[in-house]
Write a protein that binds this ligand. Sequence first.
Ligand SMILES: Nc1ncnc2c1ncn2[C@@H]1O[C@H](COP(=O)(O)OP(=O)(O)O)[C@@H](O)[C@H]1O
Ligand SMILES: [Mg+2]
Length: 261
Amino acid sequence: MIKIEGVSFTYPDGHKAIDNVNIKIGSNETVGIVGANGAGKSTLLKLLTGIDFPEQGSLEVNGIKVRKDTLREVRKNVGIVFQNPDEQLFMTKVRDDIAFGPRNYGMGEAETQRRTEKALKALEIEHLGERAPHKLSGGEKRSVAIASVLSMEPSVLLLDEPSSFLDPKCRRNLIRILQELELTQIIATHDLDLVLDVCDRVVVLQRGSVFADGKPIEILSQGQLMSECGLETPLTLMSCPILENGCCRYAAEGSGNDERP
Ligand SMILES: Nc1ncnc2c1ncn2[C@@H]1O[C@H](COP(=O)(O)OP(=O)(O)O)[C@@H](O)[C@H]1O
Ligand SMILES: [Mg+2]
């Protein structure tokens, strides 16, 4: 469903951000894109939506080549949620932001309303419909931004650092919602524990190239590979000297042990 073939991209200032990347992603796969700062994660997502275009190679979504003349069709299929929700929300009411895409594509008022309600429900934010987006909390804004993309009913959802700036409860809620969505997802993130919870597959980028590609548990548990790419083994895969089986060893040992690290 998604084919990235021999793609290279250089920014106008001469910086090569993507270097001969090849990735194929199947329908309904959820793929995490990880890598150190500057590895090329956001650039790859931008190329997939035709915000930028590669100087070499090709990208294809559902059989549609990502090109200037196919952008309208591409954007019907691929929705992107930016790292900063403020870049995505600009209406005075949440409901209007979510309705914006379908309305802009001339889908008619009844269909626009149906999609808006469905997206509000999927993100469990029906209660925010009449609020002003710019007055919401970070977590609420993120949910509205995702809903504003889902209302286009894309077959592919791209998310750039979706858990950044979220508190633990909002992050957990987001993870549950992403797990429940039934569409292809590509998630660029530093949150390796989110990748373990949500993704079927992980692609590790290093300086614009694919360094590893496979099952999250198999890739993310390789300490050597992770440190070569400037990453760390996710917390859930590390044996913790203090927490054993989710309990504090020192508490479990009871009184008499005052030697806490
Ligand atoms: N607008 C830009 N102009 C020039 N270089 C850029 C621009 N945006 C990003 N880069 C560079 O491209 C590389 C990849 O950036 P990016 O895709 O944002 O990485 P990531 O999302 O993995 O942190 C980095 O070295 C970054 O400095
Ligand atoms: Mg980025």
